[in-house]
Design a protein around this ligand. Structure first.
Ligand SMILES: *[C@@H]1O[C@H](CO)[C@@H](O)[C@H](O)[C@H]1NC(C)=O
Ligand SMILES: *[C@@H]1O[C@H](CO)[C@@H](O)[C@H](O)[C@H]1NC(C)=O
Ligand SMILES: *[C@@H]1O[C@H](CO)[C@@H](O)[C@H](O)[C@H]1NC(C)=O
Ligand SMILES: *[C@@H]1O[C@H](CO)[C@@H](O)[C@H](O)[C@H]1NC(C)=O
Length: 412
């Protein structure tokens, strides 16, 4: 035990002093000090724009302001822009930002879409690393963190898609991952007229609308969730997993050896499903150091409400709050049957967050003529994170995904 502790302290110390993470072609090579198939992966130290430019893409930063005052960053990337370039918009998951779509070298989704000539737009939802501005609030103000999936969908995604349609004068295909799918259902069902003018279609990776069951131990949080929420507001103003020096160095330490990387994967596996087989030794360290981001605690609470009630519904403010806002003691449901564009879903068989059954339920509430495909991933080990981390992304996902994107743009 002592030896292991000393070993970990030693590695932490070394990790504290390196700038970019060292990666190797195989996990075995990490143990070879002279490893000649190892190099520093500089993506660890770059921001999204810098990575896009490293690929020789043209990258633009567009800052827009939502109706309720949040400034969010849209990154735009393309190899060459023509009159025919079609916009594809990518929406990230919770505890992350648009880095999810660029950190993964040439397995990155943005990279693969850009190479095909698409005009790629990356949304960064409020409160994440690149989208922390507000007209008159700061992130240390608890009011700043008072938002749920509803605001991310109606206001952030709404403002982003309106803006993108104005700039490109075209309708987009939206690809969401995890929470990025939830907010697209919120947007398209509450603003169907707008969605009909901004969107060609919606593609969902690890779709989350209905949440049935949830994690095995999640129900134990029910009695204490409002208590936890109060504590988080008191101590952290409402922001969970804020990036600070300790967290950054902790992640760097995790990223330093295959052993700690596998430990990290095991911890994440509790939440998202275990899959050690598709970890990519060349990029997994960067996933650990550069992809995680903070989230507002109300998002977690909203997710818990969906799980507890079994409904896909607006944020629950409690009886009185609901009466004041919605005119009824319970929140209204999101009416998925109002979504006015085709929706295609990709679901992992080993995903413990976006489960097959609730995804199926979400899918079947969409109007029949807009159900454009419900696809289970063929690789049985595919977990929640594999949609952005798998080393097999090109063969297992992008081949089919790109075909779906292409066909959506062809639809009238
Ligand atoms: C990313 O880095 C570039 C170059 O250092 C900088 O100009 C840009 O403002 C950064 N973007 C963001 C969103 O932080
Ligand atoms: C993809 O990444 C691998 C590993 O970094 C590299 O060897 C290869 O050249 C890259 N391919 C392209 C087309 O960039
Ligand atoms: C922020 O400014 C807007 C008007 O620009 C105002 O309506 C709102 O009450 C302000 N919010 C706070 C928290 O000061
Ligand atoms: C799964 O395999 C089938 C048959 O080869 C293929 O048509 C389908 O596109 C694959 N699914 C995905 C998500 O790639």
């Amino acid at each position: 035990m002592l030896k292991i502790s000393l070993f970990l302290i030693f590695w932490s110390f070394v990790a504290l002093n390196v700038n970019s993470v060292r990666v190797c072609n195989s996990f075995i090579s990490y143990f070879n000090v002279l490893g000649c198939d190892c190099y520093n992966n500089i993506d660890d130290t770059l921001n999204v724009t810098e990575i896009l430019r490293r690929w020789k893409f043209t990258a633009e930063e567009h800052r827009i302001t939502t109706p309720d005052g949040y400034t969010i960053l849209l990154s735009r990337a393309y190899t060459s822009l023509t009159r025919n370039s079609q916009p594809v918009v990518l929406g990230h998951g919770m505890f992350s930002n648009s880095m999810s779509f660029v950190y993964n070298g040439n397995n990155s989704l943005a990279y693969n879409l850009g190479l095909l000539g698409y005009d790629v737009w990356l949304v960064n939802f409020r409160g994440t690393r690149y989208s922390r501005g507000h007209r008159n609030l700061t992130t240390s103000d608890p009011k700043y963190w008072d938002f749920s999936f509803h605001q991310l969908g109606t206001l952030d995604l709404g403002a982003a898609l309106t803006y993108i349609t104005r700039i490109t004068t075209k309708k987009s295909v939206y690809i969401g991952y995890s929470t990025g799918t939830t907010v697209s259902y919120v947007y398209a069902s509450t603003r169907p007229v707008d969605a009909g003018t901004t969107l060609k279609g919606i593609i969902s990776l690890a779709p989350i609308g209905y949440i049935d069951g949830g994690l095995p131990f999640q129900k134990y949080f029910d009695p204490v969730i409002s208590f936890i929420k109060r504590i988080i507001y008191r101590l952290l103003r409402g922001e969970v997993l804020k990036r600070n020096l300790i967290l950054n160095q902790g992640m760097k330490t995790m990223a330093f050896t295959p052993i700690t990387m596998f430990v990290a994967q095991a911890i994440l596996g509790v939440f998202g499903g275990f899959d050690f087989s598709q970890m990519d030794p060349l990029t997994y360290p960067v996933f650990l150091t550069n992809v995680f981001d903070s989230a507002g605690v109300n998002l977690l609470e909203h997710a818990d409400q969906l799980r507890k009630t079994g409904n896909f519904q607006w944020y629950d403010y409690g009886n009185e709050g609901n009466l004041a806002r919605y005119g009824s003691p319970t929140p209204p449901p999101y009416r998925l049957n109002l979504i006015p564009v085709p929706v295609t879903m990709y679901v992992g068989r080993n995903d413990r967050v976006a489960l097959e059954k609730p995804a199926q339920k979400t899918y079947t509430e969409i109007a029949n003529r807009f159900r454009n495909g419900f696809n289970m991933m063929n690789n049985t080990r595919w977990n929640h994170f594999d949609f952005i981390t798998s080393k097999n992304l090109k063969t297992e996902l992008y081949k089919a995904l790109v075909e779906t994107v292409r066909s959506m743009f062809l639809l009238k």
